[in-house]
Design a protein around this ligand. Structure first.
Ligand SMILES: [Mg+2]
Length: 260
């Protein structure tokens, strides 16, 4: 049986506070031993995901970057920025009163992005290496924001609010990218893990979904799949919960027979 695993990073495979995946080591080792592809799916840029992908020896697997706006082929670093360029051009073409209150990552320095996100300066530089989406801060009125969003929508640009940032994109979700990758990798069974609303579609679209406990975020409301057992919740947060859930599901699917 060909299994493919899709996982969110922050608060899911990575600890909310320390960004460590150490507690998931046994399950990561089991996936590697079984040759089960592990696809990293994050709101981060490909440049931000690349060091983790290398550390986990996952360079042969595609990555879902920038919240599903894009799928990056295995091992790709420094891919095309043409889509991001189109977003920035659309912003520049807006009437100044509409455009002015929006401060995108492309309008900020590395230091300003570090301040806005809480990332260290080196991390902020990687977060600014955008290919597909533009997060930014809105400094105007609610009515102004509605007009700004409507003007962009007429050009096929979606604006999604998540926490502090208003993120602009030409669409695409983690679940949409998951479907394409699962097909290309010949998946017969999919498993998706996540902790936040932007993971919901992915968790619901997979054959097996896992909601990772996160006491620091918005969390996910009870999902219909939980009643049937197709979706489960972890009692432990982050990588500890991730580890338990992946090992349990591998066992239930019959992968662990004969494992020591
Ligand atoms: Mg998360």
């Amino acid at each position: 049986m060909r299994l493919v695993v899709f996982t969110d990073l922050d608060g899911t495979l990575l600890d909310h506070a320390s960004y460590s995946h150490a507690a998931a080591a046994p399950a990561l080792a089991a996936l590697a031993r079984l040759g089960v592809p592990l696809v990293l799916a994050s709101s981060k840029t490909a440049a931000e995901i690349a060091p983790l992908q290398a550390e986990l020896n996952l360079r042969g697997t595609p990555v879902i970057a920038e919240n599903g706006a894009a799928r990056c082929p295995p091992g790709e670093t420094g891919g095309s920025t043409a889509t991001y360029g189109r977003l920035r051009a659309a912003l520049a073409a807006l009437p100044q009163p509409l455009r002015a209150p929006f401060t995108g990552f492309g309008d900020m320095s590395d230091r300003e992005v570090a301040e806005a996100t809480g990332l260290p300066p080196a991390g902020a530089a990687l977060a600014r290496q955008r290919q597909f989406t533009e997060p930014g801060l809105w400094g105007g009125t609610a009515a102004g924001e509605a007009a700004f969003v409507a003007a962009l929508a007429s050009q096929g640009i979606a604006a999604r609010r998540g926490g502090r940032f208003l993120t602009l994109s030409f669409g695409g979700t983690k679940a949409g990218q998951m479907a394409g990758i699962a097909r290309d990798l010949g998946a017969e069974v999919t498993l998706a893990l996540g902790d936040a609303p932007n993971d919901r579609e992915m968790i619901e679209a997979a054959d097996h979904g896992v909601v990772i406990r996160n006491d620091h975020g918005t969390g996910l409301p009870p999902l219909p799949g939980e009643a049937t057992g197709r979706i489960r919740r972890t009692t432990a947060p982050g990588p500890e919960g991730w580890n338990r859930a992946v090992l349990d599901i591998l066992d239930e699917l019959g992968f662990m027979t004969g494992a020591e």
